[in-house]
Write a protein that binds this ligand. Structure first.
Ligand SMILES: *Cc1c(COP(=O)(O)O)cnc(C)c1O
Length: 403
């Protein structure tokens, strides 16, 4: 047998924290004021600075830093006063913290189907809005795929549905020139290690609505110190809600903020580096029999920190054999359609706390989704090698299928 290429790199190795971030973190540890409200006279905390910089970068009026992306999503739901038992629409193709945030406020996730472009199915969305009368959509830009945001906002605005954007995979991406997170009433971001900026854990929220952001700030655990949020609404916005808003403690700390600020400053460069790697893998996989690449719309300026493709209508054992063959050659692929949830992947029907009925059109696509991370520690040569391995194994698989 001919010697085969094998990839020996790691799919989970991040880049180091930038040196300025390490230096800023060391300074915070030296002075000891890690809590965001522990400011020396005249000092503005790292967390408050991060919020100011992020608001400016996103073009948002207000920003709030919190403990995690999932916490940001739940805070947005609470700020919108979503009630226990209320239906909240969300994507069938997403990750567990999204329906989890909905369940955390006692609300009921209602899953909306997915298209071959891996975005929310707007036809199904319209139907489910009509069926449920839901007033909130938690829109997950899963794996960085943006739907037609103009069409989605027209549909939701017309039906009186408020949109919370889950931008865990789209920090820096745009639809028709407008940044992801700037269409809905809230944009929510994750700073967890596998996202576009890395503080281990962490989250960010943006909004232009003073009342909602005042509520979110108090919910996040501001006590009566909300005046220490230079990127927050004016103190007058808190008058009507300061006695009635519970403190559901989930703040960010200055250590995380210190390492995030220099990462945000270089976000554009990082986004370009991800896209270079994406295009290298995409080019290597083009026209592979049996393998469907995801078409990217003209209006979408994506940030591809991962890549997906479909093995449409392959029987499960063939998909399993393909994944095993790739894994044996060092290529770590995730299968979102697997019957059993595994590591980060799961299907909507595995979140059994939420009711769901089968969606045949979407299920066909979900069953076919193969996913791969593109850490920036990969070189372009690594990407070409990985694509070659996937292509060879997919061709082997589809020969077996058609033979
Ligand atoms: C990571 C992630 C979240 C949650 O972020 P955490 O910071 O891990 O809580 C939400 N949605 C999606 C799509 C994610 O990938």
């Amino acid at each position: 047998m001919q010697a085969q290429d094998v990839f020996t790199g790691s799919f989970t190795q991040q880049e180091p924290i930038p040196e300025e971030g390490i230096a800023a973190a060391v300074e915070v540890m030296r002075h000891g004021r890690l809590h965001r409200y522990n400011e020396a006279p005249g000092e503005v905390s790292q967390t408050a600075l991060l919020e100011q910089e992020f608001a400016a970068q996103m073009g948002a009026t207000y920003a709030l830093a919190v403990a995690s992306g999932g916490y940001a999503l739940a805070t947005a739901l609470r700020a919108l006063k979503v009630q226990p038992g209320e239906s909240v629409l969300t994507n069938a193709f997403t990750l567990a913290p999204v329906p989890g945030a909905i369940a955390s406020v006692g609300a009921v996730p209602v899953f909306v189907g997915v298209t071959e472009g891996l975005v929310i199915d707007l036809e199904d969305l319209a139907e489910k809005i009509a069926q449920t009368g839901a007033r909130v959509l938690m829109l997950s830009h899963m794996r960085g795929h943006l739907c037609d945001m103009d069409a989605l906002m027209a549909l939701c605005d017309g039906a009186g549905v408020q949109v919370i954007e889950d931008c865990a995979h789209t920090m820096g991406a745009r639809w028709a020139g407008v940044l992801s997170g700037r269409h809905g009433v809230f944009g929510c971001y994750s700073c967890q290690t596998y996202k576009h900026v890395n503080s281990g854990e962490g989250g960010l929220l943006i909004s232009d609505d003073a009342d909602l952001m005042a509520r979110a700030t108090m919910l996040s655990g501001s006590y009566m110190l909300y005046g220490r949020h230079p990127a927050g609404p004016p103190e007058s916005a808190y008058e009507a809600l300061r006695y009635d808003t519970p403190n559901i403690s989930g703040r960010m700390d200055n250590l995380r903020a210190a390492i995030l600020r220099p990462q945000l400053a270089r976000l554009e460069t990082q986004c370009a580096a991800w896209n270079e790697r994406y295009r290298a893998v995409e080019a290597g996989l083009r026209d592979t029999p049996g393998l469907t690449l995801i078409a990217r719309p003209q209006a979408e300026s994506y940030v591809a920190s991962s890549i997906q493709f479909l093995l449409l209508d392959w029987p499960n054992p063939a998909i399993e054999a393909f994944l095993a063959a790739c894994a044996a050659r060092g290529v770590d692929l995730k299968w979102f359609g697997a019957a059993e949830p595994k590591a980060f992947t799961s299907r909507y029907d595995s979140w059994r706390y939420a009711p769901s009925a089968p969606m045949p059109k979407s299920d066909r696509i979900l069953r076919a989704i193969i996913d791969m991370r593109l850490p920036l520690t990969f070189t372009l040569d690594d990407c070409a090698l990985i694509a070659r391995i996937i292509r060879e194994e997919a061709m082997r698989g589809s020969v077996v299928l058609s033979g």
